[in-house]
Ligand binder design. Structure first.
Ligand code: ATP
Ligand code: MG
Length: 299
């Protein structure tokens, strides 16, 4: 687990992260979301023990070791936002170097190179790699050991769909093994797909925290139900509007925006009006729109 307690970091008078208090429980996957410059990298680096807080602290693991303590650092693997490796080494040499450094078992190198789909390219110099291949190599290095905590700063920014699928599998495997994953991302799909909880920071301050099910419920509440009816009668809309004031016709479909909990009553109202329902679909609210509103409300 990771525990931020009033973590504050200033750079030349400017506060990058302001009294962040946030817990990432053991065995969970938590996403850190926020606009450029909001303090995500600073926060993640502090958990990796690479940034000394100006105030507050960051604690790692069950024993609540300081992130600055070498014992605490040993429990974490960190993928930086900008990974770079010596251009003249091959991918395999890079992985092998870190494997020895971390004292991971000999077969770990093959495992991670395969995961990163680099086994074909493992013999090539890193200088010849594409951006996505470098990111895969970074993920391979970060997952060499079996550390309790994985800290990943924008792990998916350069990944193609195949790389993304491999990354999702990796996170799922870590979660199943009881590991803790804390990652930042601008890809809202990652968050919908992976996160048990989401923390949103804007201008260095935590502005919102949701569990995965909170988020799903909020998105469902911002969704819309479309109901298709046989020979829809105009007065149906009046009946439905007693349950959902925002309902409207879209062609021959009745649109019912708003909370999912309204929907059963709306369907009853439609049936009560004698209309025959031919079909219905529901769409959840978009995370993009919800995120934009959050940012606008807090900046
Ligand atoms: N070494 C540094 N020296 C001075 N200012 C810094 C330093 N590192 C970060 N900052 C500032 O701290 C703030 C937070 O930066 P940080 O890199 O944590 O943001 P971020 O949320 O990771 O952004 P992005 O989405 O662009 O990666 C920014 O205003 C940035 O300019
Ligand atoms: Mg960053």
């Amino acid at each position: 687990m990771i525990q931020y307690r009033g973590f504050t970091k200033r750079f030349t008078g400017r506060t990058a992260v302001d009294t962040l208090t946030l817990g990432v429980p053991a065995g969970s996957v938590v996403a850190l979301l926020g606009p450029n410059g909001s303090g995500k990298t600073t926060s993640i680096k502090a958990a990796a023990g690479l940034i000394r807080p100006d105030a507050g602290e960051v604690l790692i693991g069950e024993q609540q070791l300081s992130a600055l303590d070498p014992q605490g650092r040993r429990r974490c693997a960190f993928l930086p936002q900008r990974v770079s490796f010596p251009d003249t080494l091959t991918g395999r040499e890079v992985v092998e170097f870190y494997r020895r450094l971390r004292q991971a078992p000999a077969d770990a190198a093959d495992r991670v190179l395969k995961f990163a789909s680099l086994n074909g390219a493992g013999a090539r110099a890193v200088g010849t790699y594409s951006g996505g291949m470098i990111q895969r190599l970074g993920l391979a290095v970060a997952t060499l050991g079996t550390t309790e905590v994985l800290l990943l700063d924008e792990p998916t920014a350069a990944l193609d769909p195949e790389g993304l699928a491999a990354f999702y599998q990796l996170v799922e495997a870590r979660r199943r093994a009881g590991g803790t994953v804390f990652f930042s991302s601008h890809q809202l799909g990652d968050i919908e797909r992976l996160a048990d909880a989401v923390a949103v920071i804007v201008a260095g301050r935590l502005v919102a925290e949701f569990t995965g099910s909170d988020l799903a419920a909020r998105l469902a509440d911002r969704g819309v139900m479309r109901v298709r009816m046989a020979a829809p009668a105009a007065e149906i809309l009046d009946r439905v509007r007693t349950r959902c004031a925002g309902a409207f016709w879209s062609g021959s479909e009745l649109m019912i925006p708003g909370p999912a909990s309204l929907r059963p009553a709306v369907l009853e109202a439609i049936r009560g009006g004698g209309a025959e329902i031919l079909g219905l679909t529901t769409e959840e609210g978009r995370l993009e729109a919800f995120y934009r509103e959050l940012i606008e409300a807090s900046s």
